[in-house]
Design a protein around this ligand. Structure first.
Ligand SMILES: [Fe+2]
Length: 410
């Protein structure tokens, strides 16, 4: 059987600083006899130089020295070697500077000449305190590293959930669009336009994400509208309109209980409202309508007017823009129309092409990444503490809509 030899830790190195050779030599000899490794320095500058070259757990320094004094050395040591304990030797009656030393970070002070027992006791206390301090720092560093690791894991998990969640919403919207024999392009374009207008209104971050999701889910309530009504090729009868007008409330009921979707739910419920109060289901006016729904109304009208339908071809962006501008203050919020107009015809065409490009690349929700569900925290706050929006049915042939042209967008 092998015997395990106990290793004696190397004696700690003590740096003795005093301009008086006899004092530093006496202390050095006495401490060496006690098993310490002693190094001596005749000045504060020399001591600082020695401390730079080898780890020095403890410094015993005289206060008064020609040139730089003990206080000067103490401050440099605190600054450059914070793990080194410093004991100061002060002259009799110099209590004030002794207190000053402690205030500036010395672990102890002794009156000159120090008695050996006092010196040994002070050294042992200083070294013991240093060991505890170092252990505490190591523990804190480990803890911080662990919190950082867990925070990174948590962020990855949240990002994965957010991606899965976005894809689930898109699948739902694609299924709904498919029911109306459409592609999901309409929903994605409307999100693109809505987000872009919102950004022009200085909306960002979480608010932007919620408005984008409200736009994506706007017609989710059509799942509750019978096929005979939703898919009817001709005009709807008044009774059929009653059915159709239920979809904002149905959509709201569907998603309002989902914590992530309470604001999008409000946008879904308000997406058929008009600025002048002529919309449905609640006939809300002006600021009573969620800003996301007011923005969506413009975005949806643009897309409905510029998209081809089986029974008509879409109009030009130029015509759509002029029509939206004409309806500001009645159908649309003038502030929103102003933000929309600032994008310009080419800007809007670019947005449409952008969406097609993202889809071609197999990243249809690239649109949604403009306003991610999960926003990365900007700094390491967690560590430190333990230390995370149809043509607004405006373009309809409904009695309440301003225009009689175009198609029946429900
Ligand atoms: Fe709708």
């Amino acid at each position: 059987m092998r015997r395990v030899e106990a290793l004696t830790p190397a004696a700690p190195r003590i740096l003795i600083v005093d301009d008086d050779a006899s004092v530093r030599d006496v202390i050095s000899v006495l401490l060496s006899e006690e098993g310490y490794r002693c190094v001596v320095a005749a000045s504060a500058e020399e001591a600082l130089d020695l401390a730079q070259h080898e780890e020095t757990p403890l410094v015993i320094s005289d206060m008064k020295m020609p040139g730089h004094d003990g206080l000067w050395l103490l401050e440099r040591m605190r600054d450059r070697h914070p793990d080194t304990a410093v004991i100061m030797l002060t002259g009799y009656g110099d209590t004030e500077s002794a207190v000053d030393c402690l205030r500036r970070g010395a672990v102890d002070y002794l009156l000159k000449p120090p008695r050996l027992t006092d010196l040994i006791r002070a050294i042992e206390r200083a070294l013991a305190k240093r060991r505890i301090d170092l252990a505490r720092k190591r523990y804190q560093r480990k803890l911080e590293a662990r919190v950082r690791e867990r925070t990174a894991d948590l962020r990855t998990a949240l990002r994965d959930i957010a991606t899965t969640y976005q894809n689930t919403l898109l699948a739902l919207v694609t299924a709904l669009d498919a029911r109306e024999h459409e592609t999901s392009d309409h929903s994605l374009r409307v999100v693109q336009y809505t987000v872009s207008i919102a950004e022009r209104l200085s909306i960002s971050g979480k608010d932007l994400g919620e408005i984008g999701r409200g736009a994506l889910l706007h017609d989710i309530g059509k799942i509750g509208v019978p096929d005979a009504v939703l898919l009817k090729p001709g005009k709807l009868t008044p009774d059929e309109w009653v059915e159709m007008r239920k979809h904002p409330d149905i959509g709201f009921q569907m998603i309002q209980a989902i914590p992530f979707l309470d604001t999008p739910a409000e946008i879904v419920r308000s997406h058929q409202e008009r600025f002048d109060g002529g919309g449905y289901p609640r006939g809300l006016r002006k600021e009573e309508i969620h800003i996301g729904a007011r923005i969506f109304a413009v975005a949806d009208t643009l897309d409905a007017m510029t998209s081809d339908r089986p029974y008509r071809r879409g109009t030009s962006f130029e015509n759509a823009i002029a029509e939206i501008d004409r309806c500001k203050g009645t159908q649309f919020d003038p502030e929103v129309v102003r933000a929309f107009l600032s994008i310009g015809e080419q800007g809007l065409l670019d947005l449409k092409n952008d969406m097609l490009e993202q889809k071609r690349r197999g990243n249809p929700m690239g649109v949604a990444t403009v306003a991610p569900l999960y926003a990365e925290p900007e700094d390491d706050d967690l560590v430190r503490e333990a230390e995370v929006s149809g043509m607004h049915e405006a373009w309809t042939e409904e009695p309440t809509s301003p225009g009689t042209k175009g198609s029946q967008v429900r």
